[in-house]
Write a protein that binds this ligand. Structure first.
Ligand SMILES: Cc1cc2nc3c(=O)[nH]c(=O)nc-3n(C[C@H](O)[C@H](O)[C@H](O)COP(=O)(O)OP(=O)(O)OC[C@H]3O[C@@H](n4cnc5c(N)ncnc54)[C@H](O)[C@@H]3O)c2cc1C
Length: 378
């Protein structure tokens, strides 16, 4: 067993940390207040090679392993989770299926420009009536001359209001089995896609949409892979991404701890810094211990991805643990800050609101428990 990061991985961490401090941190508060994502980040991410980190160099990517991907996510979320969510929806869920199952023509048209930050992508799976259950999907695609007509709706889709294309899941046969689901690349604007931006309490600096889909024509060449053959691609991308978003939770948790530590050393109450009060020091000790536990869970999961041995129950255990811990730690941070914890001047309120996203997104905590429990029974 080797619990060290390589010098190259440490170098990547340092580079991302500096980039986030100088280029990202100044944008966080305004984006949280206006609920507008700063689009200029995409070309900047592209310049640093951050949009292609998980793809081979031969395909235009940076060829990093999952451990390095998690280092990058951790540092991104340490500074601004909303932007990390927009990035993840684009570079992992939005374009990974095209890299995995797309034709050469689809890769040239969508994947390559997305790597270069010239097109923004998103991933439309969740639905108003489907919620956590993919099998309840009602969005359907009927075959017509030259393509498909899509009808239905998608809810809570990250990047939808700013996207140039979306990966959209729809039924291509009436059966209520996962095999009935196909993936389409939908170029935007599309006359049949009515997209409205949603107002949120967390990750407000990423834009999230509700989509009404009404007779939206999608040409044959925008069907991804084989018709009704892409459900395994969806499952594989979700499993790997659960490790990724766990690294985002780690970044949030570390930020909450560091902000609290700095505050507790500075804040004088009744003549002494509050870190001198045992109740506060114990809270910080619990937070530090939990951050360490999350860290090694996340990097174990990333290592399993790199070994090609990640299973969905492991991905769910890591995600459940990391997301619940980030929420607890960020709540403790607010308690340590006292009244200041509720003030916009401090960051812990936003960190706590942002930490809520991953007990819900990418499969709720309850769904992760279902997967883990099923694995225990098997
Ligand atoms: C900010 C944000 C961004 C998102 N981005 C995307 C995106 O880019 N693309 C995308 O496709 N989706 C996205 N989602 C959707 C997300 O994946 C769903 O919100 C999530 O899967 C839960 O679905 P739901 O919100 O409809 O909750 P529901 O399914 O309605 O669940 C409500 C409650 O019931 C529980 N529940 C439901 N079914 C079960 C069950 N079988 N067993 C036990 N408990 C259950 C849930 O855990 C939850 O507590 C995003 C969500 C958010 C909040």
């Amino acid at each position: 067993m080797d619990f060290t990061f390589s010098p190259e991985q440490e170098q990547v961490r340092e580079t991302i940390r500096r980039f986030c401090e100088t280029e990202v941190a100044p944008l966080v508060r305004e984006a949280d207040e206006t609920e507008k994502f700063p689009r200029e980040l995409f070309p900047k991410w592209a310049e640093l090679g951050l949009l292609g980190i998980r793809y081979p160099e031969a395909d235009g990517g940076s060829g990093f392993d999952k451990v390095t991907d998690c280092i990058i996510r951790e540092e991104m979320s340490y500074v601004g989770q909303a932007f990390a969510s927009a990035w993840s929806a684009h570079t992992h869920l939005g374009i990974w299926p095209i890299w995995k199952a797309g034709t050469e023509e689809q890769k040239q048209r969508f994947f390559r420009p997305a790597l270069q930050g010239r097109k923004i992508a998103g991933f439309g799976l969740s639905e108003p009536d489907g919620g956590s259950n993919i099998r309840a999907m009602i969005t359907k695609a009927d075959k017509v001359d030259g393509g498909y007509l899509l009808n239905g709706a998608k809810l809570y889709i990250t990047n939808a209001p700013i996207a140039d294309f979306l990966m959209v899941a729809a039924r291509t046969s009436p059966g209520l089995t996962p095999d009935a689901i196909s993936l389409f690349i939908v170029e935007l604007p599309n006359a049949g896609f009515d997209i409205s931006a949603l107002e949120k309490e967390g990750i407000r600096g990423s834009e999230t949409g509700l989509i009404h889909i009404s007779d939206a024509f999608v040409p044959d060449d925008c069907l991804l892979g084989a018709r009704e053959g892409t459900y395994p691609v969806i499952l594989a991308s979700l499993s790997e991404n659960r490790i990724g978003v766990s690294a985002n939770c780690l970044g949030l948790a570390r930020a909450a701890l560091d902000q609290s530590l700095a505050f507790a050393k500075d804040r004088i109450v009744a003549g002494k810094p509050i870190i001198e009060y045992q109740a506060i020091a114990h809270k910080l000790a619990d937070m530090a211990a939990e951050v360490e536990a999350v860290k090694w869970h996340v990097y174990y999961g990333a290592w399993r991805v790199d070994q090609g041995t990640l299973d969905s129950a492991t991905a769910s255990r890591v995600k459940l643990m990391a997301s619940e811990a980030a929420l607890r730690i960020s709540e403790a941070a607010i308690r340590i800050h006292g009244g200041a914890g509720l003030m916009r001047e401090y960051q812990v309120g936003r960190i706590h609101r942002d930490a809520l996203v991953y007990v819900i997104g990418e499969g709720t905590a309850e769904i992760q428990r279902n997967i883990i429990a099923r694995d225990l029974k098997d």
